[in-house]
Design a protein around this ligand. Structure first.
Ligand code: SAM
Length: 295
């Protein structure tokens, strides 16, 4: 029995236990896969929990359906990161999608997930509408080309290869790759324990997109449970009646997202508003290592 997990803040850690199925260093990051009695198989990158077979649907439904339901007819979608295929699978559930391009920097993540955690992607990688590229999403976005109706940033945290995905320059380049009325949605971390990440993501995105809003979902295996997403566009449409009609037309089958969340998920706790305020973020729920050092 192996014990593994994440040190969240000094004195508070997540601990899982179970068999380790794989541990290797790719050209980009440490990749570990474990078996867990409650969450099934679990992927960690550089020691940070990415996704588990049991609760992956929460994050992937919320990262995909909120932006795509906000669009009347999403045809071309770009996914940055998302190596496990969970985001790609949900994008392809929207019948109007003609092409889903997934740009994942680390081919080993996809190979490992297809082999050890196939339930997350289902048959998404074999869908003729899926284009999977193994490249840097930053360079891809900057490289120009046909615009997208939605750009979904399913990246790891802003460390290592993911760091450049949280910059104003990147968001400007992403805006240039969107159709008129297109939307960008980025996972923006824990409002409780990664307040700098959320603050910075919101500040940078809202500096580029006129309509930028934060919403939350609750992922049991992520630090603190509450997870934030930053949605941006020129004028976001988040009406739940329209969302219900679109979800019904598209025959979406969901276990977490529902039309009421198309608006309700944006009614965030005050701490989220405090974190994204210009003078934010306030102290984290637990002292960050730097704050702990300062005492
Ligand atoms: N979808 C999972 C979840 O539920 O949170 C986790 C996200 S996915 C595993 C994060 C991916 O982003 C990793 O596979 C990582 O290799 C990829 N990534 C990080 N930086 C990238 C970049 N600059 N371009 C493309 N992919 C990147």
């Amino acid at each position: 029995m192996t014990h593994y997990g994440e040190q969240i803040v000094p004195g508070f850690a997540y601990r899982f236990e179970g068999e380790q199925l794989l541990s290797e260093r790719s050209a980009f990051q440490q990749i570990d896969v474990y078996e867990n009695a409650s969450f099934g198989r679990l992927l960690m990158l550089d020691g940070l929990t990415q996704t588990t077979e049991r609760d992956e649907f929460i994050y992937h439904e919320m990262l995909v359906h909120v932006p795509l339901i906000s669009l009347e007819n999403p045809r071309r979608v770009l996914i940055i990161g998302g190596g496990d295929g969970g985001t790609l699978r949900r994008v392809l559930e929207h019948p109007s999608v003609e092409q889903a391009v997934m740009v994942e920097i680390d081919e080993r993540v996809t190979q490992v997930c297809r082999e050890l955690m196939p339930s997350i992607a289902g048959d998404a990688f074999d869908d003729p509408r899926a284009d999977v590229l193994f490249a840097d999403g930053i360079a891809y976005v900057r490289g120009g080309g046909e615009p997208f109706d939605a750009i979904l940033i399913d990246s790891s945290d802003p460390v290592g290869p993911g760091e450049g995905l949280f910059t104003v320059d990147f968001y400007r380049a992403a805006l240039a790759r969107l159709t008129d009325g297109g939307v960008l949605c980025a996972q923006s971390g824990s409002p409780g324990f990664q307040q700098d990440e959320l603050h910075r993501t919101y500040a940078h995105v809202s500096g580029v997109f006129p309509d930028t809003r934060v919403y939350v979902g609750f992922v049991p295996t992520y630090p603190g449970g509450m997870w934030s997403f930053t949605l941006a566009g020129s004028r976001l449409s988040l009406d739940q009646v329209v969302a219900a009609a679109r979800a019904s037309e598209r025959k979406l089958s969901t276990r977490y997202w529902r039309p009421e969340l198309q608006r309700g998920a944006f009614d965030v706790p005050q701490i989220v508003n405090d974190v994204i305020a210009p003078d934010g973020p306030p102290q984290t729920w637990g002292l960050s290592p730097a704050e702990h050092e300062r005492g």
